[in-house]
Design a protein. Structure first.
Length: 142
């Protein structure tokens, strides 16, 4: 498993337009699933929105991975917050144009999550369409 796991918040951790309670529950669920794996050193939740969890949700526990939450992350342009993360790493997200390019810039693997966009806001649907032509240029499919 990767030493660093970077997860896009919407829609992997909490669906778009849900509240803080859903975000906190999503963070707890993810950390419950991967937080006990001793090979994981950092779990980073990242979003380009200004959405933030409760201050006491999902913090780093003793013996567990370091937990980082980055709101207003400016993906894929701003890479400074990720530079000290251990390798290898993986970025898991739904947008090639943000999450995929961030993974490439960091030298991490990219796992492309493809949610049903029927109920998604217009912004994520548009970003999905913009990212489609980038996918074959950036990533090989096996």
């Amino acid at each position: 498993m990767a030493k660093t796991i970077i997860l896009d918040v919407e829609p992997l951790v909490a669906y778009w337009d849900t509240g803080r309670e859903a975000l906190d529950a999503g963070i707890a669920q993810i950390l419950g699933q991967i937080g006990a794996d001793p090979s994981v050193s950092v779990v980073c939740f990242t979003t380009n929105s200004d959405r933030r969890p409760s201050p006491d949700s999902g913090g780093s526990g003793p013996g567990g991975p370091r937990v980082v939450y980055l709101a207003s992350a400016r993906k894929p342009f701003w890479t400074a917050p990720y530079r000290g993360f251990p390798r290898p790493g993986v970025v898991i997200g739904d947008q090639v144009a943000t999450d995929g390019i961030l993974a490439r810039r960091l030298g991490y693997m990219f796992l492309h999550y493809r949610p049903d966009l029927a109920r998604a806001p217009a912004g994520p649907r548009l970003m999905n369409e913009l990212g489609r032509p980038l996918e074959p240029l950036l990533f090989r499919h096996h």
